[in-house]
Ligand binder design. Structure first.
Ligand code: AHM
Ligand code: MG
Length: 336
């Protein structure tokens, strides 16, 4: 093997054979996401120029309407996946219902559906803080050549074929898994190429960081309150510190590299938690497990939760294995 740094394109081709029943379709799908991510990245990076280029809702100098970035990202991902004719269905945080692609065409043999949060953490865009894209890929359960149905999307997280995220941060990274570990690729913006920069990413088994919106503390289940206190209390040399960006992808990414836990528990304002099972929690859970981490709703494994609706919310606790185990221990002991 040469010492040449691998590009994402090369990596996808080289690893194609490791997919069961590989036909190149999944590789093409990940390639399309790579392409759309680059387009969205370009736009996200211009967000700070809003005073010069005009804010969302304005008309720019070319007479084009300026769009909100989350709407723009949604359009770009959907357009790319639709035009290249790679998937049979898409569900997005930005769309009320799922989209069926080429549903009238019996010859349409595509077998994958994608669930996507095109721009998560979008309240951070206006203030130049990292945002991300999250995606989750399943094999459809209904026959190919027929229109997709809701049940193609309402599959348990454990059925995912691939999942990943893009973090538009100080540098832009695409991190994904196809069930054979987690690899991270950093974009070289000068030439528009992603390079394998973080092979075989893993959560440290123990971490020091806890990420939670403590503004909601009074609302939290007792088990979570006790866990936060456990992290805060000076007893022995507990190493914990708090880090919360409020952008799931960025908080997760940091915790995976440094060791930590992300929590969005239920509360009276968010009785089922805030985050969405199908395109926020499950893909992050798949990545976490593939990276030696763990994810649960405080009691049961995120990827074992039975989905009942497209935009379903669940409590979410995800990160270094021993930290998630500790939260589950507190939840069992103290409960709600
Ligand atoms: P969004 O899908 O509306 O962007 O919400 C998801 C985001 C996550 O990225 C982040 O971790 C969380 O919401 C922050 O919520 P809060 O502001 O309540 O702490
Ligand atoms: Mg979101």
């Amino acid at each position: 093997m040469s010492n040449k740094i691998q590009t994402l394109g090369e990596f996808i081709i080289e690893n194609q054979d490791s997919f069961q029943f590989s036909s190149g379709e999944l590789s093409r799908l990940i390639n399309s996401i790579r392409l759309a991510a680059k387009v969205v990245n370009h736009e996200v990076n211009k967000a700070g120029l809003v005073d010069i280029l005009g804010a969302a809702g304005d008309t720019n100098i070319q007479g084009e309407d300026q769009q909100k970035l989350d709407v723009y990202a949604n359009e770009k991902f959907i357009q790319t996946l639709t035009k290249r004719n790679i998937v049979c269905g898409i569900a997005s945080e930005e769309e009320d219902s799922f989209i069926s692609i080429n549903s009238q065409d019996e010859n349409h043999q595509n077998k994958y559906v994608v669930l996507i949060d095109p721009l998560d953490g979008s309240s951070n865009i206006d203030v130049n803080v990292s945002v991300g894209t999250i995606f989750s890929i399943y094999r459809r359960v209904t026959p190919v050549g027929t229109p997709v149905q809701l049940k193609d999307f309402l599959q348990k997280g454990s059925e995912q074929v691939a999942a990943g995220y893009v973090v538009y941060g100080t540098s832009t990274m695409l991190v994904y898994t196809t069930g054979h570990g987690v690899n991270g690729f950093t974009l070289n913006p000068a030439i528009g190429t992603f390079y394998l920069s973080h092979p075989k990413m893993e959560f440290p088994e123990d971490g020091t960081m806890y990420s939670v919106n403590e503004g909601n503390y009074l609302d939290f289940p007792l088990g979570i309150k006790k866990y936060i206190k456990y992290c805060q209390e000076e007893e022995g040399d507990r190493p914990y510190t708090s880090r919360y960006i409020g952008s799931l992808v960025s908080d997760f990414h940091r915790n995976m590299i440094k060791g930590g836990i992300y929590m969005y528990p239920k509360g009276s304002r968010n009785p089922d938690g805030k985050l969405r099972l199908l395109y926020e929690c499950n893909p992050m859970a798949f990545i976490a497990e593939q990276a030696n981490g763990k994810s649960s709703d405080g009691y049961i494994r995120t990827m074992d939760v039975e989905p009942t609706e497209l935009h379903q919310r669940v409590p979410f606790v995800c990160g270094s294995k021993n930290m998630v185990n500790k939260v589950e221990e507190f939840m069992r002991k103290y409960g709600e």
